[in-house]
Design a protein around this ligand. Structure first.
Ligand SMILES: NC(=O)c1ccc[n+]([C@@H]2O[C@H](COP(=O)([O-])OP(=O)(O)OC[C@H]3O[C@@H](n4cnc5c(N)ncnc54)[C@H](O)[C@@H]3O)[C@@H](O)[C@H]2O)c1
Length: 457
């Protein structure tokens, strides 16, 4: 007999990902009960406000208030829905693995609720975990607490999302593909039904075992970071070739269908709450299992070395004692997130090398101030950041930086050095008052030619 369509879902964890998922699910007509241990998040959702800062989230929750409510009680949410997404933190531990402490706590509460629930329920883990975590680490908690069996009594899936902060809702509703790890066919069928209700772009569904899906999730992120590092290495090569231009090279590479252009814009390293730690975690897993995962370790080491390496490489443009302004402290434009941010690492590396550093960010200044309190001044005022600067380093493609003119940068001073990681201020090169230093472009053709000569002697 066909099961009736699912109308009620719960979302456990209303943070950066879960908050947007709850709103997205409700916007597609599902009735959503959100759960969080943080009472402020619950209150915000019940008042029709966003529990976290994310593009369009407040508006979407307000527009769908009739179909979203939130509670502190996991039991209430499980009893009132047919399927629960779990999106709680899985922070990295000192070994680089993802801890399950929050997920275990959530699964314990779900298991206790399942004990009281007569019907079938599907539990879907969305948090990022290492392969084996869903079946080996969390399933036993559900069975122990509920006294029931996975399969006949309840279902279990692993269903991560591939989203970027700042476009979480759009990415959730329009994924490239839908990664669905299933304990069994029945669990997967129920989850796929939700996907077809929610997905706006007809994205293909990849169904597989829990373990394959867990590996596929972190493999995607790790692979993308390798592309970024590869492009950064190409940028370095280009600086050593007469006329070298990483954008020209990357555009050519990008036309090869096996490669593609995305994430090949050489410039600065990768950061944020997912990329670096997924890479580290997969390497940890490799070591545990006897898999040779040096590729991942090398990638991580290379990325972490970039800030110091740039400070050394850029010495000719950074005379001792100059004031340095770093524009861009979040790990990407339009974000307040500074986790593993290249801009933050660059400020620290400059400070360690003895420079007076002031960092600027429109959105991330408050977070950065705490992280940089021993190394740099931090401001959200461009005026303040630029007023005493001798050298300006632009680390993100934030519009407020890419639109800067020479006069706005100079502020009446006769000269200034601008180091541009993403080549977004190329027009400055023509201004005699600006010493323009683009990363990834050859800045000295004859020096580069001389450097090549011994290879062909
Ligand atoms: N943020 C991203 O870009 C992103 C992308 C892909 C995957 N993920 C993964 O999703 C997971 C969550 O990430 P996030 O960024 O949304 O985290 P977050 O810290 O922003 O949100 C997690 C929320 O879960 C709540 N919570 C913790 N324990 C709970 C419990 N037992 N019951 C109910 N609520 C609980 C917290 O109070 C918080 O509001 C992580 O595993 C992360 O790796 C995040």
């Amino acid at each position: 007999m066909l099961s009736p369509m699912i109308q009620h879902v719960s979302v456990i964890g209303l943070g950066k990902l879960g908050g947007s998922m709850a709103a997205g699910l409700a916007s597609c007509g599902l009735n959503v009960i959100g759960v969080d241990v943080n009472r402020h998040a619950v209150e915000a959702v019940n008042a029709g406000r966003a529990p976290v800062h994310e593009t369009g989230l407040g508006e979407m929750i307000a527009a769908n208030q009739a179909r979203i409510r939130a509670t502190l009680s996991t039991e209430e949410a499980v009893l009132g829905s047919d399927l629960s997404f779990v999106i709680v933190p899985t922070p990295s531990d000192e070994r680089g693995a993802f801890t399950l402490q929050y997920a275990s706590f959530a699964f314990k509460a779900i298991g206790q609720a399942l004990k009281k629930k007569p019907g079938y329920h599907v539990v879907v883990l969305t948090s990022t975990v290492l392969p084996g975590a869903t079946r080996q680490g969390l399933l036993p908690i559900l069975e122990k607490e509920s006294g029931k069996k996975c399969g006949p009594d309840f279902g279990l899936c692993y269903n991560p999302e591939f989203i970027a902060l700042g476009s979480v809702i759009r990415d959730f509703l329009n994924p490239d593909f839908y990664l669905l790890g299933q304990f069994d066919q029945r669990s997967g069928d129920r989850l796929e039904e939700i996907h077809h209700r929610v997905c706006q772009n007809n994205a293909p569904v990849q169904r597989m075992s829990l373990e394959n899906a867990e590996l596929a999730k972190i493999a995607v992120n790790s692979y993308v970071t390798m592309k970024i590092s590869f492009a950064n290495m190409l940028a370095d090569f280009c600086e050593h070739l007469p006329g070298g231009d990483v954008d020209v090279v990357s555009d050519a590479l990008g036309l090869d269908k096996r490669i593609g252009r995305k994430y090949l814009t050489g410039g600065f390293g990768f950061g944020g709450p997912c990329f670096p730690r997924d890479n580290v975690a997969l390497n940890f897993m490799g070591q545990q299992l006897g898999v040779d995962s040096r590729l991942l370790k090398t990638n991580d080491d290379y990325n972490r070395s970039l800030s110091k390496r740039y400070v050394e490489k850029l010495q000719p443009h950074l005379p001792k004692g100059v004031n340095v302004a770093v524009l861009g402290l979040a790990y990407k434009p339009l974000s307040h997130v500074i986790d593993e941010s290249p801009g933050i690492y660059l400020c620290r590396a400059l400070s360690e090398a003895g420079y007076r550093v002031i960092g600027h960010d429109n959105l991330a200044a408050a977070n950065a101030e705490v992280a940089l309190k021993m190394s740099a001044l931090v401001t959200d005022s461009l005026d303040e950041a630029l007023k005493d600067a001798d050298v300006v380093l632009v680390t993100t493609t934030d519009k407020s930086y890419t639109s800067l003119t020479a006069d706005q940068l100079l502020r009446g001073r006769p000269a200034l050095t601008v180091i541009d990681f993403w080549r977004c201020l190329k027009g400055l090169a023509a201004d005699p008052r600006i010493r323009y230093v683009p990363i990834g472009l050859c800045r000295d053709d004859s020096g580069a030619a001389a450097g090549l000569q011994p290879l062909w002697a």
